[in-house]
Structure formats: structure tokens, C-alpha cells
Write a protein of this length. Structure first.
Length: 335
């Protein structure tokens, strides 16, 4: 049994008056969950373990192991997926009145000693949300399975398009932290509940104009078994990324604001569609009739295509330049 109260080590790392909560979703992690809870306790004020109808009884195991009042186990009546479990943890952490909420997985892949590095940028007012990036140090990528490298590279590119955070990589990384003021504004019931939730959460953060920062970390793999299979979810992720991309463009460039970039996007689409229909139609007509396509038709198509691409590139450049950089939460005040 663990009954002693541990003084948070985070106080020596610049988080003296910052209240930190750790949220841990638990599903089929009974082999690691106790060690994970024990490893994060020195760095936080609260630990919320969410038993997501775990068939291995991970939540009961934590309850029977720890009597520390900081450790609270929440039980979902139905399996809500990792996203649903985390959102329940966010609700509990916000209700507890903490400043920063750190989320770690229960499979033991995440180094608890990095927790202050995730919380400090938020406490300093430099970010609203921080997330791990296992691709920052190239020499450590060799520890990652090749399929995960390829899958994460593909998912990262799609995430840049759909979330608007062009400087963020490794979107499915589950080591994250968020300020409670920002977490309080999230539409919990609308965020994807399964493995897409990290990326969907960043899409929601972009609509709030929250600042997101990558935290370098090493890939760590032990004897845990991952429930995420890239090949199974790639198609689903592609569809959801496309959906969020169009929603983001509509929200940011037409619903809440109209700028020169909005005009560039509309004109580029008109020109590109015109070039495809006009040029393609005349090419098919000329080819079927055995005639050469008129030079004027070729020029009109080429000019429309070139101008359309130029305007599209200008829009992308503007979108990249407007990545949120300034934290929207109120800076944590120290006494």
C-alpha cells in the first residue's frame, strides 16, 4: 500500500505555485498502470486515473494500491475510447481547480521526469498546449518501428493541413499538457473519442487560436502492446482530416473573418476549376475529332492554371504565417 504524501518535485523546477494534475486513461494497462501512477506523483498535486471499462480492472488495481488522497480513480460506465476517457479526466481536473493538466498514457512509454518541461511553457504564458515530438532528435528515430515512422510522417502532414499548426509534428503523440482555462473552453462532447482525438483536439484549439508548442522527447518502447494500428486507421484519419480541413477553412476565413487570403483562395479555386473544365473539355473534343487544340485555348488554360496555382500558394503562405503564437490563457500568477 502507498500511503505517504510526496512533496511535488516540480516546485524545484519553476512550478512553485502551479497546481498540476495528471490525467491517465486506463484500458488494458494493468501491467504498467501502478508504476505510471507512482512515477508521476512526485510532480503533481492530483492524479486522475480513468478506468475506461478496462477488462483487466486497472482502476481497481490503482485503488487497492494507493491510499494517497491525490490519486482519484474514475470509472466510465461504458467504454468511451481514449479520447472520451481523457475528456472525463479534463472535466475532473478543471473542477479540482488546477492550473495545468498533463495527460500521459498508462502503458509506461512516457518519461515522467519530462513532466515539468511540458508544464513550464504553459506556466510561463508561452503556450496554451504542449505536446511531445519523438521526431525532433533524428538519432533517436531508429528506436521507432519503421511502420510507425511512415505512418506518423503521413499523419503529421495531414494534421498540418487540417489543424493549421504547420510547425507541429508527431500529431498522435499522447504526452500532452493544457492550461485549464483553455481546457474549460473545449467542446468535450464534440471531440473525437477514439485515436483521432489528439489531432481533433488540435483542430479545436486552432478555432480558439490557442498557441501549441512541441516538446522534444525520445521514443520509448518496452514490452507494452499498442492498440493503435496505423494501417487500420489511415483511411479513417484521412476522411476526418479532410472534414476538419474544410471546417477550419470555413471557420477561419469566411465565417469569423474575411481577409485578402479569403479572396485568394476563392479566386484560385475558380481559376483552377475553370482550367480543368475548359482545358480538359477542349482537349477531349480535339482528341476525339483528330484536331489540334487551338493555341488560344492552350494559352487561356495555361494562364488560368498558373494564376490559380500562384494564388493558392499565396493563400498557403498566409495560412502558415498565421499559426497562433500568443497564448490565450491568463498567465499564471505566482504569490
Amino acid at each position: 500500500m502507498t500511503a505517504t504524501h510526496v512533496v511535488p518535485i516540480a516546485k524545484a523546477a519553476g512550478l512553485e505555485d502551479i497546481r498540476v494534475a495528471v490525467v491517465i486513461p486506463a484500458y488494458k494497462v494493468s501491467r504498467h498502470i501502478v508504476d505510471v501512477v507512482r512515477s508521476v506523483l512526485p510532480y503533481c498535486d492530483h492524479v486522475f486515473v480513468i478506468d475506461d471499462c478496462c477488462p483487466e480492472g486497472s482502476g481497481k488495481l490503482v485503488e487497492s494500491t494507493f491510499v494517497d488522497p491525490r490519486v482519484v480513480v474514475l470509472f466510465n460506465e461504458q467504454n468511451a475510447g481514449v479520447g472520451g476517457a481523457v475528456m472525463n479526466g479534463y472535466r475532473a481536473a478543471v473542477a479540482a481547480g488546477v492550473d495545468v493538466i498533463v495527460k500521459v498514457d498508462g502503458d509506461g512509454q512516457m518519461d515522467a521526469s519530462l513532466l515539468p518541461e511540458f508544464a513550464l511553457p504553459i506556466a510561463r504564458g508561452e503556450a496554451d498546449y504542449t505536446k511531445g515530438n519523438r521526431f525532433f532528435d533524428l538519432k533517436n528515430i531508429g528506436a521507432m518501428p519503421p511502420m510507425r515512422i511512415f505512418g506518423n510522417a503521413a499523419l503529421s502532414f495531414m494534421a498540418k493541413l487540417s489543424t493549421g499548426y504547420w510547425d507541429i509534428f508527431d500529431p498522435t503523440n499522447g504526452y500532452t499538457a493544457i492550461h485549464s482555462d483553455v481546457a474549460r473552453q473545449l467542446p468535450y462532447d464534440r471531440i473525437s473519442q477514439r485515436y483521432f482525438f489528439e489531432t481533433d483536439l488540435m483542430f479545436r484549439l486552432n478555432t480558439l487560436r490557442a498557441a501549441v508548442v512541441d516538446i522534444p522527447m525520445d521514443a520509448k518502447y518496452g514490452d507494452e502492446v499498442s492498440n493503435l494500428h496505423i494501417r487500420r486507421i489511415l483511411g479513417e484519419f484521412l476522411f476526418k482530416h479532410a472534414k476538419n480541413f474544410f471546417k477550419r477553412i470555413f471557420y477561419n476565413y469566411f465565417l469569423r473573418d474575411v481577409s485578402l487570403a479569403s479572396v485568394e483562395l476563392v479566386l484560385s479555386m475558380i481559376l483552377l476549376v475553370f482550367a480543368a473544365i475548359f482545358g480538359g473539355g477542349h482537349w477531349v473534343s480535339s482528341a476525339s475529332g483528330g484536331r489540334a487544340t487551338p493555341v488560344g485555348t492552350i494559352m487561356i488554360t495555361a494562364v488560368s492554371l498558373i494564376w490559380g496555382l500562384q494564388l493558392l500558394l499565396a493563400f498557403i503562405g498566409y495560412d502558415i504565417s498565421t499559426v497562433p503564437r500568443r497564448a490565450i490563457h491568463k498567465r499564471v500568477r505566482r504569490n
